[in-house]
Design a protein. Structure first.
Length: 311
């Protein structure tokens, strides 16, 4: 079950709000005629969007996925056991599937986003059981899965029993990272030092990951800790940061919390000269595009079987 519409080298519903935003940014547009006459099979990608800012997250992820010559068919997935408060029900009904509606489908790739619930125990999250069902389903119906922030922590806990730990203060800002395996295909093209935004109250510890033979830490930050973890088959990636964030995403979070009276430090290495009136410089865009393109190219496009039924 796929909503086949044309936009970009990715196919999404013509009425999805992200379409207009991306077209204004001159993102490459591919017509249905052009797409249908290409002698290729589009990659099928499903995005489980757990973020409360659904529309912003849709645009952020589609922007990165579209910056590739690969043709992608995109589906959006929601958890049926949780009602989104920051987006209309009509939007969710129109553009999002539930697991029951797509459970017979096969996908080349999947993205599971973060969610602002990391201070809760996993079992306290109202849709935890359903998320576990989705992650179990992904083992047989998805070739490669990209987990982001809390989605990464939840998946590491579900698949490997790795716990998360509360940090003394919020890990909040844009932090420098470096590769722990420069030969890894996911790291190809990255600078020796690259930047990634983070926004979380919990962390995954290197010592716990080291106990699992099936896991490898690929990148790290002296400030924000473990960044990218992969299973040895490179079919599951766990990313603790938010490379997909827009220029102003951390600013919106900061000003929102300040208005609520929350005692929070300004984002690290974000506002020029720590002046909150100045526009932040976006120094993570290049690395974000490389990481998403490398995932799509090396671990989805080149490795997924042509016939997804053979998964």
């Amino acid at each position: 079950m796929t909503k086949e519409v044309d936009v970009l080298p990715i196919r999404i519903d013509n009425e999805l709000p992200a379409k207009q935003r991306l077209e204004m940014e001159n993102i490459f547009v591919m017509s249905n005629l052009r797409a249908d006459t290409q002698d290729i099979r589009p990659l099928k990608i499903i995005i489980l969007n757990l973020m409360p800012t659904k529309l912003e997250t849709e645009t952020q992820l589609l922007r990165l996925l579209s910056n590739s010559p690969l043709q992608l068919d995109i589906d959006f997935l929601q958890v049926a056991s949780h009602e989104s408060k920051n987006v209309s029900k009509s939007h969710m009904d129109k553009f999002y599937y539930t697991l029951d509606e797509i459970k017979e489908n096969r996908y080349d790739g999947m993205i599971i986003t973060g969610a602002p619930v990391e201070q809760l125990e996993y079992e306290e999250v109202d849709y935890w059981d359903e998320l576990c069902t989705i992650m179990e389903w992904s083992k047989t119906n998805v070739y490669s899965t990209w987990h982001i922030c809390w989605g990464a922590q939840a998946a590491l806990y579900y698949h490997y029993g790795i716990p998360k730990y509360k940090t003394e203060k919020k890990v909040f800002g844009v932090f420098p990272h470096y590769s722990l395996d420069e030969t890894h295909p996911l790291m190809r093209g990255l600078d020796d030092l690259f930047y990634v935004p983070h926004s979380r109250h919990t962390e995954i510890r290197m010592s716990d990951i080291a106990q699992v033979k099936d896991l490898q830490i690929i990148s790290y930050s002296e400030y924000s800790g473990v960044h990218i973890i992969s299973d040895m088959a490179c079919r599951k990636f766990f990313i603790t940061g938010h490379s997909e964030y827009d220029r102003d995403t951390l600013a919106k979070e900061y000003f929102r919390d300040v208005e609520k009276g929350i005692d929070i430090e300004m984002p690290f290495n974000y506002f020029p000269n720590n002046d909150i009136k100045r526009v932040p410089q976006m120094n993570w865009k290049g690395a974000a595009n490389i990481l998403f393109n490398n995932w799509l190219n090396y671990f989805v496009y080149q490795k997924t079987p042509y016939d997804l039924n053979t998964l």
